[in-house]
Design a protein around this ligand. Structure first.
Ligand SMILES: *[C@@H]1O[C@H](CO)[C@@H](O)[C@H](O)[C@H]1NC(C)=O
Ligand SMILES: *[C@@H]1O[C@H](CO)[C@@H](O)[C@H](O)[C@H]1NC(C)=O
Ligand SMILES: *[C@@H]1O[C@H](CO)[C@@H](O)[C@H](O)[C@H]1NC(C)=O
Length: 355
């Protein structure tokens, strides 16, 4: 009798544990605060909802695009603030071959796969592994074998950590458990240094990108496999220049992968500097990634955002450090295949100043 009781209370314990685990998966909002730097986050997509920083007069504004409630995040097609995976950016013809096996993926973008498929890491509920409001938050996600067509289990963690009072780091780690898989995570916040509710676009923001080549794309935005110098083209941001200054010379929009200059691959270095004159705000981004997808929000169109804000064309810019698009089908691009026993590591540091 006693034994039965023990066994059943053990089972009950397991059940409660399982429920507690399930409860962890409730969608919530989490703050990180130090000094005047304030981040609001959610475990839905391990997403960044807002970043509040001072301008040159000390006025605080939220400088990221996003929504007021979670239902809008669930229905979002812009990936505001989200963690993108298992493979960010496009995979041509929604398939790839690895170790002799061809994997078919969801075709959610004109016959290609975009940002991990219909329900990528941006559209799942992550577990809050640890959170300390004046320090960091870690989200984890256990992606199962064949999730959105990708091979094998993948354990992923994303940590946002405050550094001093005007910086934070973002670390994205992934470990395949049982099969080799492509991994290419990206962070998809849209920035507007004037303030997300300024009503103004980012065309007057000044940008410097430390990348002297791009990987040009075809009309479906799949790389041709070539590398081209930015010199003398509207893609040249090697010296600081306003986003809008040559935008009319572009064949399309700024939605392009830059090959970041580096003394050695995966060297942690400065990627981009963005400045806005009226607020005096400056954002600097460092990363260890090979590429930067630079997207200036050219497809936004009257999207309803936070606090009654309306995001029009070029309302914010996404600075997505990552590997090169469609690398899984491009033998001349650095491989994104990670095998069991190996660890994918993607680091970013964001710094905010105003003067
Ligand atoms: C965090 O963001 C959510 C969704 O936009 C919002 O409902 C909540 O009020 C925010 N929390 C804080 C403290 O800003
Ligand atoms: C969901 O998004 C679509 C298109 O982006 C929009 O037309 C629709 O109103 C949205 N629905 C809700 C409930 O926000
Ligand atoms: C923007 O949205 C409006 C209203 O939905 C639509 O009429 C217009 O064609 C859209 N513009 C573009 C460039 O997609």
């Amino acid at each position: 009798m006693f034994k039965v009781y023990l066994v059943s209370s053990f089972l009950l314990g397991l059940l409660l544990l399982a429920q507690a685990h399930g409860n962890d998966k409730k969608i919530g909002f989490y703050q990180l605060k130090r000094g005047d730097l304030h981040l609001n986050l959610t475990n839905y997509g391990a997403s960044l909802i807002s970043v509040i920083v001072p301008d040159k007069h000390g006025n605080l504004d939220d400088i990221t695009l996003g929504y007021d409630d979670i239902e809008q995040y669930k229905n979002d097609s812009w990936y505001f603030g989200a963690t993108i995976g298992r493979v960010a950016n496009r995979i041509g013809h929604a398939q790839f071959t690895l170790d002799g096996h061809t994997y078919k993926l969801p075709a959610n973008d004109h016959g290609n796969t975009l940002h991990g498929g219909f329900k990528g890491f941006s559209d799942v509920v992550w577990t809050v592994k640890s959170h300390k409001e004046d320090d960091h938050i870690t989200f984890t996600y256990d992606s199962h074998d064949n999730e959105q067509g990708f091979p094998g289990r993948l354990e992923v963690s994303v940590t946002y950590m405050l550094i001093g009072t005007n910086k934070y780091s973002l670390k994205m780690i992934a470990r395949p458990i049982d099969k080799a898989t492509p991994v290419n995570l990206a962070h998809h916040t849209y920035w507007n240094l004037k303030g997300q509710n300024s009503g103004d676009n980012i065309l007057s923001h000044e940008v410097q990108i430390f990348g002297s080549k791009i990987t040009p794309v075809d009309k479906e935005l799949i790389p041709t496999g070539k590398f081209e110098s930015v010199k003398g083209t509207p893609y040249d941001f090697l010296e600081p220049r306003e986003v809008g200054s040559r935008i009319n010379d572009l064949p399309g929009l700024y939605d392009m992968n830059y090959v970041l200059d580096a003394s050695s691959p995966y060297h942690f270095r400065k990627v981009i500097i963005v400045r806005e004159k009226v607020s005096g705000r400056k954002l600097e981004l460092w990363s260890n990634q090979l590429g930067l997808q630079f997207y200036t929000g050219g497809m936004l169109n009257a999207t309803k955002g936070k606090d009654g804000a309306i995001y029009h064309k070029h309302g914010g810019m996404a600075l997505e450090t990552q590997g090169f698009p469609d690398a899984v089908n491009r033998p001349n691009f650095p491989s994104q295949i990670v095998r069991p026993g190996e660890t994918y590591k993607h680091y970013m540091v964001y710094r905010f100043t105003a003067s």
